[in-house]
Design a protein around this ligand. Structure first.
Ligand code: F0G
Length: 414
């Protein structure tokens, strides 16, 4: 009924086998279901009476027993209709799916509730990941909730402070690697292959993506089962865009939606192997050896799920774009100032990408667009304080404030 399947050679593995890549050809795996069976199950299920959340979609989850679920109440994030920002960008129907509203402040919680539940079902006691920050914050929280030990490898100096603080307070063993994310990921992969008691929860683990696909499910439901024309997603390790696409295709295969949106991936200019492959019409990526961008969450040069992401973009008829650091910070500012939504720089890349694609005519003004913003702005407050207007400082006298505001005292008192 449900199995882990290699995306290249199709070899199948049981859902209870700990395997991160195909033993025959080395490619990555995905979870596959019998969709006719899910369809049948949905007919008898109480899913529609459950609140909007990851576990509303329990019938699409590879979990044996729901009593094992490790949850912090993830999912159910708002789909904001952004009228002011849409007008400024020249888009009639712009929505933002704001994943910063999750328990630890990013979409990673959707993946971790499923991944850590699977860890519990497998009887593992130690979970691990490499991270640019959000994955580690989320894994540390869910491991704490489940009573598991947690090991985290992060690039030294490359993780925003809010995320580091989260991993520390949740009690993870935090190890800084003198190297970048891609190196940290290689090390944790090796660690989990050689020490089987350590369960890997990076997005190479297909259970993570099963949780993250619920972003698509929720978007469908929040739009009355008419998906948008386009979904724009920031891309780093490329798990999320692949997961969201999987979600849309599963709702389609089970007859819940008819059309599919164009998946559009945005990468930072200094870390854009997938966007470059799309632009150059290539079927493979060329990894970036020294990825650089202000958006530390997506500072990734060798994305693990690149093949799934290229498929999602191509099959859906979408596209990919690169954005500069300046464009990312500008987008972060306008989203905050037009809509009251404070997101971290990586998240704002979806807005920056939309702006660029509208300007160059690739996205039509009549398209219904959903931008996914992936993490909360308070994760990385340093960047705002460093890059934007500094606060004013005056003596503690009303006249000093009045002078600054350029108004007479009677105007204020009146
Ligand atoms: N946005 C944010 C805020 C992220 O933290 C990440 C990934 C992405 C976008 C990209 O998602 O990797 O699935 O393409 N952060 C990972 C981490 C790598 O370690 O927290 P992706």
């Amino acid at each position: 009924m449900v199995s882990q399947v290699c995306i290249s050679c199709g070899r199948e593995y049981s859902v209870d086998e700990i395997v991160y890549s195909c033993r025959k050809c080395g490619d990555i795996l995905e979870i596959r279901y019998d969709y006719a069976l899910i369809r049948e199950r949905l007919g008898k299920s109480d899913w529609k009476s459950l609140p909007l959340s990851v576990w509303r979609y329990k019938d699409f989850m590879p979990i044996h027993n729901l009593l094992n679920v490790v949850s912090l109440n993830e999912g159910g994030t708002k789909l904001h209709h952004c009228r002011r920002l849409g007008k400024a960008l020249g888009i009639k129907n712009l929505y933002v799916k704001n994943e910063g509203e999750n328990p630890t402040g990013s979409f990673k919680d959707r993946g971790m509730t499923v991944g850590v539940t699977k860890a519990v079902e497998l009887g593992t006691k130690i979970v691990a990941c490499a991270s640019t920050g959000n994955t580690s914050a989320s894994l540390a929280a869910y491991a704490a909730k489940a009573g598991l030990s947690c090991v985290i490898l992060i690039p030294s100096g490359g993780v925003a402070f809010g995320k580091l603080a989260q991993a520390i307070i949740y009690g993870a063993k935090v190890i800084q690697i003198r190297g970048n994310f891609d190196q940290a990921l290689q090390m944790v992969l090796k660690l989990s292959e050689e020490h089987r008691e350590i369960y890997l929860l990076n997005s190479i683990n297909p259970y993570r993506l099963e949780g993250q696909k619920t972003i698509a499910f929720e978007i469908c439901e929040q739009m009355n089962m008419t998906p948008p024309d386009r979904v724009i997603v920031p891309v780093g390790n490329a798990g999320n865009i692949s997961a969201i696409w999987k979600g849309f295709t599963e709702f389609n295969k089970t007859g819940l939606i008819e059309k599919l949106p164009k998946m559009t991936g945005i990468q930072a200019e200094g870390a854009a192997p997938i966007a470059r492959a799309i632009k150059n019409g290539k079927d493979t990526i060329t990894p970036v050896e020294k990825p650089e961008t202000v958006a530390s969450a997506i500072r990734i040069g060798a994305p693990v799920s690149w093949k799934k992401a290229l498929t999602a973009i191509k099959v859906s008829g979408g596209t990919a774009e690169t954005v500069t650091d300046r464009e990312i910070l500008e987008a972060q500012k306008i989203l905050a100032r037009y809509e009251g939504l404070f997101v971290e720089p990586a998240s704002a890349s979806s807005i920056a990408g939309l702006k660029k694609l509208v300007e160059n005519g690739e996205v039509g003004k009549d398209e219904v667009v959903v931008c996914v913003t992936t993490g909360h702005g308070l994760k990385d407050p340093d960047i705002v304080v460093k890059m934007f207007e500094k606060p004013y400082e005056v003596d503690a006298e009303i006249s000093a404030i009045e002078k600054l505001l350029g108004c007479a005292s009677k105007d204020i008192i009146a």
